[in-house]
Design a binder for this molecule. Structure first.
Ligand SMILES: CC(C)(COP(=O)(O)OP(=O)(O)OC[C@H]1O[C@@H](n2cnc3c(N)ncnc32)[C@H](O)[C@@H]1OP(=O)(O)O)[C@@H](O)C(=O)NCCC(=O)NCCS
Length: 206
């Protein structure tokens, strides 16, 4: 067992902050690019700002992927957070085809010691219904199970958002539960959500 694994497993008492930050960096998630057919999944870049701003004008995206970023400055800060994987708690991918932004898949709330994370996605309105979200989600899950050695990835969506549920089912997730009024979405309303999960030994859908 390496020293960083030991720290995560037993939480060495008295470990000073500088050392623990150093150990966290050892386990940081290294930025990668993934290819799925014509889709490229790559870390976000500063020059994605205009495309992200445009995508975020879509009412469905604002409703179901509300992030609290409404002004150009707020979206710029959001993009900077997505682009920085340094904390090791998320791996946020832009999904592009050539120069065109098609969507986003983000593995977030990554907890390496626990071996779990959450996943979320959106696609630009013009790219929907072509399997972009499902294919990109499968690719990120395969990478995360293989490289980050996660055992469980979960996702949540509002009951009133069946398209997201179709993506989950197509990407090999299993429906586990309905959570009552569990999250306030962009419409300001707390919605019931469906909780889905994929485990590392669940079959890959294709
Ligand atoms: C949900 C979303 C990511 C799906 O992206 P996508 O690239 O169109 O996804 P896919 O093409 O892989 O699959 C979409 C599936 O939903 C289905 N679908 C679309 N609208 C639907 C609706 N209103 N009711 C039921 N199913 C619907 C499509 O038919 C397709 O299923 P199929 O392949 O069995 O026909 C996209 O619609 C989106 O960005 N919505 C707004 C933001 C959002 O909801 N994000 C998820 C938050 S949890």
């Amino acid at each position: 067992m390496s020293i960083d694994e030991a720290w995560y497993e037993v939480g060495v008492p008295g470990l000073d902050r500088q050392v623990s930050l150093e150990l966290r960096r050892i386990r940081a998630v290294e930025p990668v690019q993934l290819t799925v057919g014509e889709l490229l999944l790559r870390p976000w870049r500063e020059d994605d700002l205009t495309a992200v701003w445009t995508a975020r004008q879509d009412p469905l995206l604002r409703r179901w992927n509300h992030s609290g970023a409404d002004t150009p400055e707020e979206v710029e800060r959001l993009l900077a957070r997505w682009a920085d994987w340094g904390e090791g708690d998320h791996a946020s991918f832009a999904v592009v085809s050539g120069p065109v932004l098609l969507g986003s898949v983000s593995l977030h709330s990554i907890d390496l010691p626990q071996g779990d994370a959450e996943i979320g996605y959106w696609t630009v309105a013009a790219a929907r219904g072509r399997g972009v979200a499902a294919r990109a989600t499968v690719a990120v899950c395969s990478w995360a199970f293989a490289t980050l050695e996660l055992d469980r990835i979960q996702l949540f969506h509002a009951v009133e958002n069946p398209a997201s549920g179709r993506v989950a089912a197509k990407a090999g997730f299993t429906l586990e539960a309905r959570l009552r009024r569990s999250h306030r979405y962009g419409d300001g309303v707390r919605h019931d959500e469906l909780l889905w999960s994929r485990l590392s030994d669940d079959p890959t859908p294709w």
